[in-house]
Design a protein around this ligand. Structure first.
Ligand code: NOJ
Length: 738
């Protein structure tokens, strides 16, 4: 045999060897096959025990919360389905993944989840604030950046977005969602699902999304966390479900079941919501994970007698993965053997979880490549998105006599500005709750931002003046001294980040008494007061509003910290945020929201002691320029149900500076067999309008989508008759004919 022949033989035997290996390779390992085929093949090879382990989620790594440390690698079965990963770098994840992939019989990779709520390391404004930007593409960008940071750190799946419609500001979790309106929650839900997931889940910088908390958690009675909710099926369908339906349509891979008991059936054992609606009607083919220990908590809720019954109820109702409840791993096998849980249901549940793992490409790429943190965290483009989003989230609530901006373009005169309040030097507070791996040192301090913004243009006099709460008024006198020397007072007040979020409920949503007293004390010097607020919920400002000339809601902006608001105060940034949630005058007005059902006596039904109107309505937000709305027009005034039309309105920037305007389009149905809200948001659009320019805003109306309603079982219907399209204080009549 010559050399060429020898090489040829080796080559041929290599090919046949590879072919033989391929032939032996289980189908589920063949990336070229469709996901469903791979799932079927893998499922067929799994034992009951292996299947059940897939249905459980434990934790791994160090949590920032010292009470809540994850397990060590050695303690976790290699066949477990999922882990909540508290790490910031991929090493520990990869080590655990190695166990799953190399030490388990079938090598099924784990899926690692984490709460990436408004950022991973680059922290963006809280979601309630993001919604005030009315800029869905910016929210999508922020979620995409957060996904990149998370995936490259070892997280495949975020427990976000939270899309619980919330109308009670006492509830601390109102900060985590997009406010009081179903349509707004749906729109921002779609934006965030698109941002997290992109169009290819296998991409190394996208994660699977999880819609939570399914469903109705935002209706927690009296704003208390974890409690009962009273939600009729009608309200469930017309208010709480629409954001979820939108998220499922957008392709969200997973859903988290809620803690709350929905009028007698807890969210986590609710067959109607998890199976009938989510899977049978909406055809969701991903999986439902419980909230943390929500399965065993069915016992506390009085739905189950013990963990075994809890497992049976939750699992048969449609809940596939038990987060930290340790009920499925303990009891499902016995339940199957006793015939109380059908084997088909086990297969269906495992199939759903495997499907998501395949879609994420975890079988081909189980490990997260090592990389330098600096290559993924706080990248200039991520911080730039955070800063823009924070700027656009700021809502100018009041601006009496145009006191803001403090510096007019080109102004050189030096003014003395007193800067006081507990937030001036409180970087961590600006991160907001659920701040992932965010760090206080990443936050741009308010003090520094103001010093830079006003350098050479104003003289800043700093004094803390007042604590967040408590009774220590010792600094009031010093603050008064400073206030006397100033031309204007900037008071940075509000909430600590830990006052909102999970189980962080306040019984009143006024500013704490000491902050109110401080504002009143400062009022004594007779200088204009600009109140700047950072908080995680709507506040009731009825008592302090009369003392303030201007009020700026900066929310908890995340890492941009003081820069965006400094820009608004100076005039570098023209505020364009509008409220995603109503601000009442007092706590006593709760629940208060714009889209209430119609009253029997709209002109009556008043409070004796205060006006019954909110202090600041949903959608309220001022600008430094003036927008004049032209005449609202409809392309047709009478259409059949299947016919579309366009509503338009020209908006002119009649002021001196450029500005962005958001137009909110509402519909109203005066008479319906099911009574409807006074008005319902159905579309919004934000556009930059330059000074002197006119832009047309439009709303393409699809009657079946935009004017219809749902009944108590989710059947959508459109009645012929009269409707109104409402925008900027105008309304136009539209007839739907048979
Ligand atoms: C409990 C919270 O309710 C939920 O929002 C979160 O995703 C899980 N814990 C996991 O941290």
């Amino acid at each position: 045999m010559n050399r060429t022949m020898i090489v040829g033989c080796i080559f041929c035997s290599c090919i046949s060897f590879t072919a033989a290996v391929k032939a032996q390779q289980p189908l589920y390992k063949n990336a070229a096959l469709p996901v469903e085929e791979r799932v079927d093949d893998l499922l067929g090879r799994m034992t009951l025990e292996e299947k059940i382990l897939q249905l459980n989620q434990y934790t791994l790594g160090r949590n920032t919360n010292e009470n809540n440390l994850g397990e060590e690698i050695g303690q976790i079965p290699a066949e477990i389905g999922s882990l909540i990963y508290f790490g910031e770098t991929p090493e520990v994840r990869n080590a655990m993944q190695k166990r799953a992939v190399e030490e388990s019989r079938l090598g099924i990779p784990l899926i690692f989840g984490y709460d990436v709520i408004h950022g991973f390391r680059t922290v963006y404004p809280i979601s309630l604030a993001q919604a005030c930007s009315w800029n869905t593409s910016l929210v999508e960008d922020a979620c995409a950046m957060a996904a990149m940071e998370a995936r490259k750190s070892g997280v495949d799946w975020t427990f976000s977005p939270m899309i619980d419609v919330a109308r009670d500001g006492r509830w601390g979790r109102i900060s985590e969602g997009y406010g009081e309106d179903p349509y707004a929650n749906a729109a921002f839900c779609v934006a965030s699902v698109n941002g997290y997931q992109g169009d290819n889940l296998k991409s190394p910088d996208r994660v699977a999304a999880c819609l939570k908390h399914y469903v109705g958690y935002g209706a927690s009675e009296a704003g208390m966390d974890y409690v009962y909710t009273e939600i009729s099926h009608q309200t469930l369908w017309d208010t709480y479900l629409p954001p979820y339906e939108a998220g499922i349509k957008a392709g969200a891979q997973t859903v988290m079941s809620s803690f709350n008991d929905i009028s007698g059936t807890p969210g986590s054992s609710n067959h109607y919501t998890m199976t009938e609606i989510l899977k049978n009607r909406w055809k969701h083919d991903g999986f439902v994970v419980s909230d943390w220990s929500a399965v065993p908590q069915l016992i506390a809720q009085g739905a189950a007698v013990d963990g075994k019954e809890a497992a049976r109820l939750a699992f048969n109702a449609g809940l596939e993965m038990d987060m930290m409840g340790r009920c499925y791993d303990k009891h499902l096998e016995a339940l199957v053997n006793e015939g109380k849980v059908p084997m088909e249901r086990i297969d269906d549940a495992v199939r759903r979880i495997l499907r998501v793992k395949f879609r994420l490409g975890l079988f081909e790429h189980p490990y997260t490549p090592a990389g330098e943190p600096a290559e993924r965290f706080l990248l200039p483009q991520s911080v730039a998105v955070a800063e823009r989003l924070a700027e656009e989230s700021i809502v100018l609530l009041k601006n009496e006599g145009g006191i803001l901006p403090l510096l007019h373009p080109g102004a050189t005169s030096t003014r003395n500005i007193a800067v006081m309040g507990p937030l001036v030097d409180a970087e961590k507070e600006l991160l907001g709750n659920w701040n992932g791996h965010g760090r206080a040192e990443d936050v741009y301090p308010i003090r520094k931002a103001l010093q830079e913004e006003f350098a050479g243009r104003a003289n800043l006099l700093f004094h803390t003046g007042c604590p967040f709460d408590g009774d220590d008024r010792t600094q009031f006198a010093g603050a008064l001294e400073v206030a006397r020397q100033a031309d204007v007072l900037l008071l940075f007040m509000g909430e600590r980040y830990s006052w909102s979020g999970e189980n962080c409920v306040r019984s009143t949503i006024e500013l704490p008494a000491i902050q109110c007293d401080f504002i009143a004390e400062m009022k004594k010097v007779g200088k204009p007061i600009v109140l700047v607020l950072a908080n995680g919920r709507p506040l009731a400002l009825g008592n302090v509003e009369p003392l303030c000339d201007a009020i700026v809601e900066m929310w908890q902006p995340g890492v941009p910290g003081g820069r965006p608001v400094a820009g608004v105060l100076s005039g570098r940034v023209n505020p364009s945020g509008k409220l995603s949630v109503t601000f009442p005058r007092t706590t006593g007005q709760i629940p208060i929201y714009y889209n209430r059902r119609k009253s029997a006596r709209p002109a009556s039904g008043k409070y004796q002691d205060i006006p019954s109107t909110p202090l600041y309505e949903f959608g309220h937000g001022l600008s430094y320029t003036r927008f004049d709305y032209g005449r609202l027009s409809l392309s047709k005034t009478s259409v059949a149900a299947g016919e579309k039309l366009v509503a338009q309105i020209p908006v002119t920037n009649a002021g001196q500076c450029d500005g962005a305007e958001t137009v909110h389009w509402f519909v109203s149905d005066p008479v319906c067999r099911i009574t409807r809200p006074n008005k319902e948001l159905k579309h919004f659009e934000k556009q930059l309008v330059k000074a002197g320019e006119t832009k047309t805003f439009s709303f393409e109306i699809d009657p079946m989508r935009d004017l219809s309603f749902v009944d108590a079982d989710g059947r959508r219907f459109l009645e012929p008759g009269e409707y109104y399209i409402m925008v900027g204080g105008q309304k136009a009549k539209l007839e739907i004919h048979e």
